[in-house]
Design a protein around this ligand. Structure first.
Ligand SMILES: Cc1cc2nc3c(=O)[nH]c(=O)nc-3n(C[C@H](O)[C@H](O)[C@H](O)COP(=O)(O)O)c2cc1C
Length: 188
């Protein structure tokens, strides 16, 4: 790529839609001129290793897909990012981000990005009505908003399904996510 727009740090978790991040997020971002470096939660890493997607994503992006911390003294295998996108974000990952829990590499990366406020962070929660009905959910969203996180959340973005309902033909909201990335990175 001769003149990349910048690098998106894509963080995916164990939510519906993670199986298709290659076609629904990574390829469209590359087509728009972004580079993409991916970090997965342990659940997402298991899923994508199982289907062979992890290797395909590494081939496509040219970066190692991370899910483990580097060793002390080792350099990060990823470049500096221009924007982080946590998508799809499970209820678990959203809750941990709001509480500042960083007990895996994906959360560590997102946690530092939110806390440092150095680059924009976009989060697309992909949760069920049960997750959204948890008494702490609204507080988690409010905490993240107050920290400057750009949340893609609401009935107009992704009306939550009831627990156990398969998403069927519903795809990740590619254009909404990438348009927001472009708005928040050009606004800086
Ligand atoms: C097939 C499958 C689909 C799932 N989809 C979702 C989902 O869309 N949203 C969600 O919040 N949790 C979902 N879960 C539950 C999460 O994977 C589970 O809470 C896990 O602990 C999340 O870990 P992570 O946030 O570290 O990826 C799903 C689980 C399975 C087995």
């Amino acid at each position: 790529m001769s003149d990349p727009r910048g690098v998106i740090g894509l963080i995916a978790s164990g939510a519906g839609g993670t199986e298709t991040i290659r076609t629904d997020l990574v390829e469209p971002a590359l087509e728009r001129g972004w580079q993409v470096a991916i970090t997965l939660t342990p659940t997402a890493a298991t899923w994508l290793a199982h289907t062979g997607e992890r290797a395909r994503l590494e081939m496509l992006t040219g970066f190692i897909v991370r899910d483990e911390p580097r060793l002390p003294g080792q350099r990060s295998p990823h470049p500096p990012m221009d924007c982080y996108v946590v998508a799809p974000a499970t209820a678990n990952t959203v809750a941990k981000l709001a509480l500042g829990i960083a007990d895996n590499q994906a959360l560590t990366t997102a946690h530092e990005a939110i806390g440092s406020r150095a680059v924009p962070v976009v989060v697309f929660p992909r949760v069920s009505t049960a997750h959204a009905g948890h008494p702490a959910w609204q507080t988690h969203l409010a905490t993240l908003r107050a920290a400057g996180v750009h949340l893609l959340w609401g009935e107009d973005v992704w009306p939550p399904d009831d627990p156990g309902v398969e998403p069927g033909t519903r795809r990740l909201p590619t254009a909404l996510i990438l348009d927001l990335v472009e708005r928040v990175t050009t606004a800086r």
